[in-house]
Ligand binder design. Sequence first.
Ligand code: FES
Length: 124
Amino acid sequence: MGHGPDGGGGQAGTWNVLKRVSSWIDVVTEDELPQGEVHVVDLEGIEVAVFNIAGQYYAIEDVCTHDGSEISTGCLYDHVIECPRHGARFDVRTGEVLEPPAYEPVQTFKVRIENGMIQVGDDR
Ligand code: FES
């Protein structure tokens, strides 16, 4: 007989503790967002800028924390985006401020790829 047990390690959870249902929104396909480009999507009323930085995708809220300008229309230098209005700089990977006049980081969002589609998720 030698009939072994099946793999194991399954996670047949009938107890799903749903602290918060996160929603994922389609952005564009990977083909439509080349390296160094940005695409803005509406995530439940929030404008989110999604960047392709050397093949990695990052998402930040498209609102400058200095005075509310759209950050995505600024210049992108590698992983740094410069606000077109007064020149504040943010790291798109972390949302961190790198140059004033902004002092507060921008909100970041999680990104995933599903069958070639870039999606952003609301993690707030
Ligand atoms: S609005 Fe972005 S630096 Fe002032």
